[in-house]
Design a protein around this ligand. Structure first.
Ligand code: SAM
Length: 294
């Protein structure tokens, strides 16, 4: 009931308000740390603090506003789930939109699907793309792909001019503090619905059930008013807080069961994390999460 009373726009940020930083207030009482071998890049962009360092055990690491976004060692676990849950749930994804995703990992995964004719990407911060090209080559290889249409700007504003256009939309955003704040409100999801085609599917970075359950319950609750199918999946990512990451998946058609893959990996596609069994298992939730979401 309390969640019902909250205004869809403001409450997402209230439910995860913090001053950022792994060692600060983002997740009170706990912190995750990696040993730094060498700082490779550290500057403030127009939008955020951008840091890349070489770690002793996780390869190069991208950090935005003090929060780890991706490490070379475990990034595949996040990128493959966020990209392939909606991509394999769709029978024929041709037009795909990525909001955020500046490190390029989601783009790399989307391009593994031969059905894709065009990938549009809208990332707010050009500096993230530039450092990814320089220091995260394994993630950023797709930026030179001919199927890519790249825009630098705010994803929320971008969506206002796109209706009925995409089969799949993937929001690979940072947390709802800083530039990604607008990507967690109800009106953002209404724009996503309008930008999707009739049988479209979206996936969004869905935070951690150990740390952000009220925020997740809120996202699920308001999306149930927008989409006929709203599902939540979770899996492991070792360098995200509490080692877990959730994925919010919504479908515009009531008949589309996203918990079941509509297609399966082919012999020419290579994955390190995703397979059809992992897809189905990710939607099986522990009881405390089911209670919170229902
Ligand atoms: N999922 C990762 C995590 O939470 O650790 C985040 C990956 S990072 C690539 C997220 C990207 O979203 C950043 O490059 C950031 O610049 C971008 N971003 C944040 N707010 C945005 C907005 N309003 N529009 C478009 N891109 C945005």
């Amino acid at each position: 009931d309390d969640l019902e009373k909250l205004n869809g726009e403001e409450s997402s940020t209230k439910l995860l308000k913090s001053d950022g930083q792994e060692m600060g207030g983002a997740w009170p009482g706990q912190a995750f740390s990696l040993q730094v071998k060498k700082v490779l890049f550290h500057e403030k962009s127009k939008f955020q603090d951008v840091l890349v360092f070489e770690s002793t055990t996780y390869g190069n690491v991208l950090v935005l506003d003090g929060i780890i976004q991706a490490t070379e060692r475990d990034e595949f676990s996040y990128q493959e789930m966020l990209a392939h849950l909606p991509m394999f749930a769709h029978p024929d994804p041709k037009r795909v939109l990525i909001i955020g995703g500046g490190d390029g990992g989601i783009l790399r995964e989307v391009l593994k699907h031969e059905t894709v004719e065009k990938v549009t990407m809208c990332e707010i911060d050009e500096m993230v793309i530039d450092v990814a090209k320089k220091f995260l080559p394994g993630m950023s290889s797709g930026f030179s792909h001919p199927k890519l249409d790249l825009f630098c700007g705010d994803g929320f504003e971008f969506l206002k001019n796109h209706k009925d256009e995409f089969d799949v939309i993937i929001t690979d955003s940072s947390d709802p503090v800083g530039p990604a704040e607008s990507l967690f409100g109800q009106s953002y999801y209404e724009l996503l619905r309008d930008a999707l085609k009739e049988d479209g599917i979206l996936s969004s970075q869905g935070e951690s059930v150990w740390l952000h359950l009220p925020l997740i319950a809120h996202l699920v609750a308001f999306n149930r008013k927008i989409f006929p199918r709203v599902d939540y999946a979770q899996s492991i990512v070792s360098t995200y807080p509490s080692g877990s990451m959730g994925y919010l998946i919504c479908a515009k058609s009531a008949n589309r069961d996203v918990t079941q893959p509509a297609r399966h990996p082919t012999d020419t596609q290579t994955f390190r994390f995703y397979n059809s069994e992992v897809h189905k298992a990710a939607f099986i939730l522990p009881q405390f999460v089911k209670n919170a979401l229902n």
